[in-house]
Write a protein that binds this ligand. Structure first.
Ligand SMILES: [Fe+2]
Ligand SMILES: [Fe+2]
Length: 223
């Protein structure tokens, strides 16, 4: 839960950083940032309603890499890198965990409403980012792939490590870290296709990115 709450803060921060770089999208992106802030607030309320105090220190440690990446790209005013980090990593991770959680959320008062609202919003955000990238890179998919790899290798590594670290908590509430990772992989491939990549190229790219993570995941489970 702490991760969801502080992850939403990272999301809000990324949209604010994006709004500061591009005037023409600033109004919309600030609205997105506001939505993320509301998700965070509604998760916090649901969390407290269930007697759970989010573990800020743990979340900060886990999200540190992402925050560092956001700060670096915003200092470089690299709008597209921020868009990819947000659309492919932050939003995808949110969707890949909120979706399975919703199936069991009715055990926790207030959670169903908070998470279904957030899930619908995240899908909308991903749609916007995908469309933006598709238009921008429609005749330059090679360049897009290069950028996506540069941004995501680090992001996925961090997110994968996090999924491993929270596997125990996920087990407790009846979710599986492997399922969440698989959901993310699936979503990631679909995103690449939506931006305009052919299915085979998308799958190849996803496999390249995720294979080291899956190997590590398996090793840690075995060991
Ligand atoms: Fe959100
Ligand atoms: Fe979002």
């Amino acid at each position: 839960m702490g991760l969801a709450i502080f992850g939403e803060k990272v999301a809000a921060r990324t949209y604010v950083a994006m709004a500061e770089i591009r005037d023409e999208h600033a109004e919309l992106l600030r609205k997105f940032a506001g939505m993320e802030a509301r998700h965070g607030a509604s998760f916090l309320a649901a969390s407290r309603a269930n007697g759970v105090e989010p573990d800020r220190e743990f979340a900060d440690g886990e999200l540190g890499y992402l925050i560092e990446q956001v700060d670096r790209y915003s200092a470089e005013r690299d709008f597209d890198a921020l868009a990819i980090l947000q659309g492919f990593i932050v939003e995808s991770l949110a969707i890949a965990t909120y979706e399975p959680f919703l199936a069991i959320a009715d055990r926790y008062p207030g959670a169903t409403e908070a998470f279904s609202t957030a899930l619908a919003d995240e899908r909308f955000h991903v749609d916007w980012i995908t469309r933006y990238l598709r238009l921008r890179y429609f005749d330059r998919t090679g360049e897009f792939l290069g950028l996506a790899e540069r941004v995501n290798v680090q992001g996925i590594d961090c997110v994968g490590g996090t999924l491993m670290n929270i596997a125990g908590h996920l087990d407790q509430v009846g979710l599986s870290g492997a399922d969440c990772a698989a959901g993310m992989l699936d979503g990631y491939a679909a995103l690449l296709e939506d931006v305009g990549l052919e299915q085979r190229a998308a799958l190849k790219n996803v496999t390249t990115l995720f294979a080291p993570l899956l190997v590590r995941y398996q090793r840690e489970r075995a060991g």
